[in-house]
Design a protein around this ligand. Structure first.
Ligand SMILES: [Zn+2]
Length: 364
């Protein structure tokens, strides 16, 4: 046990002020949390929290080695725990931080001595939400069913409608095959770290994703919401005709995609968009993002909630970069895995830490 109670020097405030006055560009310290992940669900009544102290100049981490200092945390604005001194690797630890059931906001502070005086820093607010209603629920196999008629023609129409071409029949067939493989690959990567995995056939206990043509130009998919995944034999639908309609209409005008892109680039764009919706619909059937304070704080039809994200120190919404962001607020450039509408910069859609922590609890 290396934690000790220690009062902070009474000269701290004027010492920092003096340092700031003498060196206008003096940086600041920040306590960074490395364990556990922040903004996740946990089931234990207490956790050990670890981190380091970093010195920042102009918001850039300058150095973090040999920063002998102290850190302490508190939960929900309560009493601070005992100061813990960093070890030889600049790591501080708060042992057995108690977590009441529900949403907990943790924060803290740091200090260390320097030749210019004592420098203090903050450990920014973060959420650790403790739940006791989630139990491991085995694995969830998922079968991707591309057997419906007309799907290949819709996919080919996306390629020919968003590239200068002309594309040969062989190129169009390769596009179809590579998009389907890319969807499977996206799905597997999105659910990495969970036991939600692809199956080679449908059946009892297998979730089926039925790809259909549909007759919509706005609905990408639908599925049954199922908090805690109480029924593993469900069916989701993904409407490929909607992707054809929307992508031919708006891909080039609202995303970094160009008519001059390569076929391989378009495969990745389309596989990412369809893969994201596939992962999204299956996510609903596993319980994401169930609405209500005792569930997962979703809103707008069990989606990641922008209002919750705005009101809390959390990372639950990002215009479609998160897989469970609501359809109406998900930008097309985010759906194809781009960070912005203008210049290509890859940002693959993902389950944010909170949603992934839920999936890992029910399907470890
Ligand atoms: Zn949805």
């Amino acid at each position: 046990m290396k934690a000790h109670s220690s009062s902070r020097p009474t000269t701290r405030k004027w010492a920092v002020g003096l340092a700031l006055a003498a060196i206008p560009l003096f940086g600041f310290d920040r306590g960074c949390v490395t364990q556990p992940q922040t903004d996740i669900l946990v089931t234990s009544p207490s956790v050990n929290v670890q981190g380091y102290i970093g010195r920042y100049d102009d918001n850039t981490l300058e150095w973090q080695e040999n920063m002998a200092g102290w850190a302490r945390m508190r939960v929900n604005g309560g009493a601070f725990m005992a100061w813990d001194q960093t070890d030889a690797n600049n790591v501080w630890q708060q042992s057995a931080v108690p977590l009441p059931l529900g949403v907990n906001v943790l924060d803290g502070e740091t200090w260390r001595s320097t030749p210019n005086g004592v420098v203090s820093g903050n450990i920014d607010d973060f959420i650790l939400e403790r739940k006791n209603d989630l139990v491991a629920n085995g694995s969830q196999p998922v079968f991707l069913d591309w057997s419906a008629a007309g799907l290949d023609a819709e996919l080919k129409a996306i390629a020919t409608g968003t590239l200068n071409g002309p594309l040969t029949a062989a190129q169009q067939n390769a596009f179809v095959a590579n998009v389907k493989a890319g969807v499977a690959n996206f799905f597997t990567n999105a659910y990495a770290g969970t036991s939600v995995t692809l199956a080679s056939a449908p059946g009892t206990g297998v979730h089926t994703v039925k790809f259909i043509v549909g007759d919509s130009c706005s609905l990408f998919g639908y599925s049954p919401g199922d908090y805690k995944n109480t029924n593993k034999t469900q069916t989701s639908h993904v409407l490929i005709g909607t992707f054809r309609c929307v992508l031919v209409d708006r891909l080039v005008s609202t995303t970094p995609a160009e008519l001059t892109d390569t076929l391989a680039m378009r495969v990745e764009d389309v596989a990412t968009a369809i893969g994201r919706t596939t992962a999204h619909e299956v996510g609903h059937s596993l319980g994401l993002t169930a609405e209500g304070e005792t569930r997962l704080h979703g809103c707008g039809g069990s989606h990641n909630c922008e209002a919750y994200d705005d009101a809390n120190p959390s990372d639950r919404f990002d215009v479609g970069h998160h897989i469970m962001d609501p359809g109406g607020s998900s930008k097309l450039y985010a759906r194809i895995g781009q960070s912005n509408p203008n210049t290509r910069a890859k940002k693959t859609p993902y389950f944010e830490r909170y949603g992934k922590s839920y999936l890992k609890l029910i399907h470890p």
